[in-house]
Structures are given as C-alpha cells and as structure tokens.
Design a binder for this molecule. Structure first.
Ligand code: AMP
Length: 282
C-alpha cells in the first residue's frame, strides 16, 4: 500500500508509471474513515484505472478551534480500512506545509451565492477554506473524476461551481448518503458521540423522513414549523437550522414550484457535536 506525504512523490509515481495518462478517480477526505467514505472509494475503483484518496484535516475550513483540535486523526486505522477495498489505492496524506507552502490562508471565492446559504451563514469562511483546499488538491492530483458525498450537499454544489468557474477539467460525481442501521448519516464526528447519543440521534433522520411527508401536501413554511416544533420538544438536541431549499440555487423555498427540485437541510447539536443531514423532498 503506497502512502505519499508530499505532492512531488505522488506526482513522480503517477508519471513514472504512466498513471497520469489513465483515468484518475479522486476521493478527498479528512480521514477517520467510515463506510460512507469507503462507498466513494468503491465507486471510484469501478470507474477509473487509478484511484487516489487524500487524507488531510484542512485547518482553514474550521471556524471553531475546538472542532479542529478534537477532529479525529486515525491514519493507521484509515489505511487498514482502505486495504480492505484494494491495496492498489494510492493514499495522499500531506502535511499542512505540503498543501499550503507556508501560506496558510484562504482564497476568497464567489460561488454565485451558494456560499451565503445555510452552512455559509453559520460557518463564516468555511467555504473559502473548502474551495481553497479542493482547488489545490485538484491541481496536485489532476483527477478525471472526483467523488463527493451528498451528505455535504451544499459542499457538493459548491465544488461543482468551483470546477466550472476555475475551468478545471474534472467530472464531479455525486454519491448517495451512507447511513447507520438506525438512519443516522455516517460522519467522522459520530465517533465523538456516546453509544447512547448515537442511538437517539436517529431522531434527526426520522424527522427528515416525516417532514418529507408533510411537505408533500403542505407549504414550506408549515413544514419548517413542523420541524422546529419537533425539536423544541426534544431537550437532547439544539437545532441550529432547518431549511427547505431549491437543489440547484440553494435558495430557500418560499412558494412551491412543481418544476423545481427541493431538499431539506438540517444542522443539529447533540451535546457539543454538530451534525448535518439532508434529504431530497421530490
Ligand atoms: P469528510 O472526510 O467528512 O470531509 O468527507 C469526505 C467525503 O466523504 C465528502 O465528499 C463527504 O460528503 C463524503 N461523506 C461523508 N460522510 C458520508 C456519508 N455518510 N455518505 C456518503 N458520503 C459521505
């Protein structure tokens, strides 16, 4: 299993083995891998000659010091999980220096307003940090196809916009959400939940499934009120936001239009751990 800590070694390896001329599938992650990440890897392997996974906790996309400090870092374990899929996968686990060359600073992007909605409102600077690292990683890996989870749906739309605006020759492939048996969306942050918290957090997905039914017959306003009421009655969760938005523009749904596709988005604190989830409403 090959693990590269710097871009020069990775690029030399790709070049010397003529892999840079094959289709390269790329799965960017922050590590603490779970089955959601592995599903992205499987998709890449099916559709590309070469697959590269990056494992990099990107400091500039965290707007909360404590979240960055406590983010799980489990490289050895991650490598063991990757091996169960294929030992041909190339692991790129760079240092901060290798990515940023001494300039640990976000570029400022305009993503046609996508960046101002939801996560953008509550995590200032987050999408500039994401845009900066994804652009950098695309420049280094030069993937043919890059795989992103719908779990971070706003990020997925932003990465599509980034590739379009920067004219990067990469296909962005959306991958569906992998869930725990109880419906909780898999996330590296789930590792910080106790077994009990994990079990009761099925409430989040259960509520999303319920509001999908409500939205089928009622307005967005009534559907949103339904969710806020549910969470008001549940003292274990602190609802940060719940929104119903157009899938493409991410603008809030004011009046339903049958030609548009809508999606519900939620961010919730369980104890001090922030979880996000989303569901298609069409
Ligand atoms: P992260 O390591 O959290 O930055 O995630 C790396 C990639 O895996 C992103 O494209 C995420 O959207 C995706 N991902 C994370 N959790 C899941 C999940 N439960 N199902 C599918 N994809 C996921």
């Amino acid at each position: 299993m090959l693990i590269f800590n710097n871009k020069v070694d990775l690029n030399n390896y790709l070049k010397h083995n003529n892999l840079d001329k094959t289709s390269i599938g790329f799965v960017p992650t922050m590590g603490a891998l779970h089955k959601g990440h592995l599903s992205l890897l499987n998709k890449s392997i099916e559709n590309n000659v070469t697959t590269v996974i990056s494992i990099f906790v990107n400091p500039i996309q965290f707007n909360n010091e404590d979240d960055l400090k406590k983010y799980p870092r489990t490289l050895d374990n991650d490598v063991e999980k990757i091996k169960t899929i294929s030992d041909k996968i190339l692991v790129y686990a760079p240092t901060v220096e290798d990515i940023y060359n001494g300039k640990i600073k976000s570029e400022h992007f305009k993503f046609d307003g996508l960046e101002h909605q939801m996560e953008g409102k509550f995590r200032p600077g987050h999408f500039d940090g994401v845009g900066t690292v994804v652009k950098r990683l695309f420049e280094i890996v030069k993937p043919t196809n890059a795989y992103f989870g719908e779990k971070d749906f706003q990020q997925l739309q932003i990465v599509k916009k980034l590739a379009e605006k920067e004219k990067m020759p990469v296909n962005i492939i959306a991958c569906s959400i992998f869930r725990e048996h109880n419906g909780l969306a898999m996330s590296s942050r789930n590792e910080r939940l106790s077994a009990e918290e994990k079990e009761k957090s099925n409430f989040i997905f259960k509520t999303l499934c319920e509001v999908k039914k409500v939205f089928a017959t009622k307005s967005a306003k009534k559907s949103i009120a339904f969710v806020y009421n549910k969470f008001k009655k549940h003292p274990d969760f602190k609802l940060e936001y719940f929104e119903i938005a157009d899938e493409t523009s991410l603008l809030p749904c004011i009046r339903k239009n049958k030609n548009k596709k809508y999606r519900a988005f939620i961010a919730v604190f369980v104890n001090k751990i922030r979880l996000i989830d989303t569901i298609s409403l069409n």
